[in-house]
Design a protein around this ligand. Structure first.
Ligand SMILES: Nc1nc(=O)c2c([nH]1)NC[C@@H]1CN(c3ccc(C(=O)N[C@@H](CCC(=O)O)C(=O)O)cc3)C=[N+]21
Length: 289
């Protein structure tokens, strides 16, 4: 038996349809949701993601503004732009594409974004709110994973969930959301002794390591739900240029009960949740107006 494939494109299409209806309703009432995207430098992967975000907005009836800066841009210029966008009531979401060039203080840039417009959910206040169970913008990738789990009615209460990776943008918030949903969560990372011991116990295994095909079938518990957050562009070998995840799909799908593909899995869901947060932010703004 091979695993059920959790189709991120199909789930995204359904959710984006619902978001488009909400965006149209807000627009009709005078508040068109609007996302501002800031891109610094010419990293080709970042350019692809930003293009996907802008296209996703357009299709859902969300306005998007794109601000591009050269690799050697001055941080003060970018911070000035953020201040401007913070003050602009027609803008509901602000996203600064990461990673930033090395001469930028990434934390300072993220903290400069108004908490009410932080649709990435990266601002320390949103992180704190999320950890305390208060209303907050939830980071898009882990939020998209939760939607994928919901779509297959995965039992979360009491489930053993193992997250590989402890980044601020995926691993940590992922662990918070799974904990809030009632799972027993283990966070593994580069310092974990006997990784396989942990992964083989997982009912839900989330791979967010950043290493192509790191998780192999022998690390997966039979019947487990495997979520692949990795987005790696292969640079050599027969599949050079192709996108692959942190999971060795071919071997893992023979063991897992359900699995997400790359591409067409978590990636499109990340963008869907960004659109959802933007619509949510616009809804809050319209309520206040
Ligand atoms: N402030 C900020 N917010 C982010 O959300 C953010 C970021 N910075 N920096 C980089 C990562 C990465 N990320 C992806 C989004 C969509 C796809 C996506 O659509 N992937 C498609 C394929 C795209 C392709 O062909 O390359 C798929 O998996 O099917 C991938 C990766 C958002 N990120």
């Amino acid at each position: 038996m091979t695993a059920r494939i959790i189709d991120g494109n199909a789930l995204s299409a359904k959710l984006r349809g619902e978001l488009a209806a909400k965006a149209a309703e807000l627009t009709a009432r005078g508040t068109q949701p609007c996302l501002a995207v800031i891109l610094v430098g010419g990293d080709p992967a970042s350019a692809v993601y930003v293009r996907n975000k802008v296209a996703g907005c357009e299709k859902a009836g969300i306005k998007s503004l794109k601000f591009e800066y050269a690799q050697d841009a001055s941080p003060a210029d970018v911070l000035g732009r953020i201040a401007e966008l913070n003050a602009d009531p027609s803008v509901h979401g602000i996203l600064v594409q990461l990673p930033l060039p090395k001469h930028f203080d990434e934390k300072a840039v993220l903290e400069a974004i108004s908490v009410e417009k932080d649709v990435d959910g990266f601002h320390a206040e949103n992180v704190g709110r999320l950890s305390q169970g208060q209303e907050a913008f939830v980071p898009c990738t882990p939020n998209g994973v939760m939607e994928m789990l919901k779509s297959i009615e995965a039992p979360l209460r009491g489930a053993e969930a193992v997250v590989i990776g402890r980044s601020n943008i995926v691993g940590k918030p992922m662990a918070m959301l799974l904990t809030a949903a009632g799972a027993t969560v283990t966070v593994c990372h580069s310092g974990t002794r006997d990784l396989n011991f942990h992964t083989r116990r997982a009912d839900i295994l989330v791979a967010a390591i950043g290493k192509p095909k790191f998780v192999t079938g022998d690390m997966v518990r039979p019947g487990a739900i495997v979520i692949d957050v990795g987005i790696n562009r292969l640079s050599s070998g027969p599949d050079a240029g192709k996108l692959c995840g942190d999971v060795d799909f071919e071997s893992a799908k023979e063991v897992a009960g359900a699995i997400t593909p790359v591409p067409g899995g978590v990636g499109p869901m990340t963008i869907t949740m960004l659109l959802a947060n933007t619509v949510e932010s616009a809804t809050r703004a319209a309520r206040k107006a």
